[in-house]
Design a protein around this ligand. Structure first.
Ligand SMILES: Cc1ncc(C[n+]2csc(CCOP(=O)(O)OP(=O)(O)O)c2C)c(N)n1
Ligand code: SF4
Length: 288
């Protein structure tokens, strides 16, 4: 059985105190707890400090292009449903350049888990505003304060059809682990947006700030994560500063819909095409 050490690869190069350390540790612990082996898992990331997670995590990995972790991860899952596929990256990566892929992944419901390390800033490129930066936040690219409204990833995910939407905080490792595990067990697309403070470039959304402001829906009496209207209303009431399983619904995963129960992903299909099938294909083109 695999141990934490089996899910370690190289030494993480994040700044001391970066929230991403907790996300990596939680993912490693959950994989061990779920009895997975490194060869059962594939971690796909985009570009950014957070995107380095696929180098630090000791499973199959793919460090994809900026904003492109989701199409890559979905392709891997469709090719091989036996793999547990994790996509991971930052708020800039996923909700900026990658936001179109995000919306389509939500409605498609491919059985992957998407972990976004949301620090409300671009860390790797040294502190520009990101799509989740709050209005008025002063950064290198917004010296007078961000002028736009922020993207709301939780609401966007829910209205786009995501079947599992959760939010966690790097400062609460226990809940973070539980939510990642629930997301990985969920059959379909799961988003875990993690408040993961950038201690170097974001001096506003700090650990202390999150601790003071977060409302934990897992502990809220009467909160029903299967009630979409309630989820949207309560998230808005906390200005999205909430944690827990926020929304969950059961519906078939994409591979079950398009491949059916008996068909397998392309990785299991023999490489050779029988001559008669090839001839039929050529004839079809000749007729066209
Ligand atoms: C096509 C393209 N555009 C821009 C960049 C530059 N770039 C690299 S990382 C990044 C932002 C990363 O921010 P975020 O996703 O929030 O991750 P963090 O570093 O904060 O973890 C940008 C703009 C790039 N690598 N590729
Ligand atoms: S710059 Fe920020 S996000 Fe990047 S490693 Fe350092 S603390 Fe983490």
């Amino acid at each position: 059985m695999a141990t934490m050490a089996d899910f370690r690869y190289d030494k993480a190069t994040w700044c001391p105190g970066c929230g991403d350390f907790s996300v990596l540790a939680a993912l490693q612990q959950v994989c061990v707890r779920m009895g997975l082996e490194p060869e059962d898992v594939c971690c796909v990331s985009g570009i950014g400090c957070s995107g380095k997670i696929s180098q630090h995590f000791g499973s199959y990995g793919f460090h994809s292009l900026h904003g492109r972790s989701l199409p890559t991860a979905q392709g891997i899952k469709m090719a091989n449903q036996d793999l547990t596929v994790i996509a991971a990256g930052g708020d800039g990566d996923g909700y900026g350049i990658g936001v179109g892929h995000f919306v389509h992944a939500c409605r498609r419901n491919v059985d992957i888990t998407y972990i976004v390390m949301d620090n409300h800033i671009y860390g790797l490129t040294t502190g520009q505003s990101s799509p989740t930066s709050k209005k008025g936040f002063k950064t290198k690219t917004s010296p007078q304060g961000v002028a736009e409204e922020p993207i709301k990833p939780l609401e966007l995910a829910i209205v786009s059809g995501a079947s599992f939407v959760a939010q966690a905080f790097s400062g609460d490792l226990k809940q973070l682990q539980r939510l990642i595990e629930e997301g990985m067990k969920h059959k379909g697309f799961s988003l875990i947006n993690v408040f993961s403070p950038c201690v170097t470039f974001n001096r506003v959304n700090t650990y202390e700030w999150f601790k003071e402001n977060i409302v934990n829906f897992d502990e809220e009496e009467g909160y029903d994560p299967t009630n979409k209207a309630m989820a949207l209303q309560r998230i808005a009431e906390t200005d999205s500063v909430c944690t827990g399983i926020l929304y969950q619904e059961q519906r078939p995963a994409f591979h079950e819909v398009v491949l059916g129960a008996t068909e397998q992903g392309t990785v299991k299909v023999p490489l050779e095409i029988p001559n008669d099938e090839m001839q039929a294909l050529i004839d079809q083109f000749r007729r066209a």
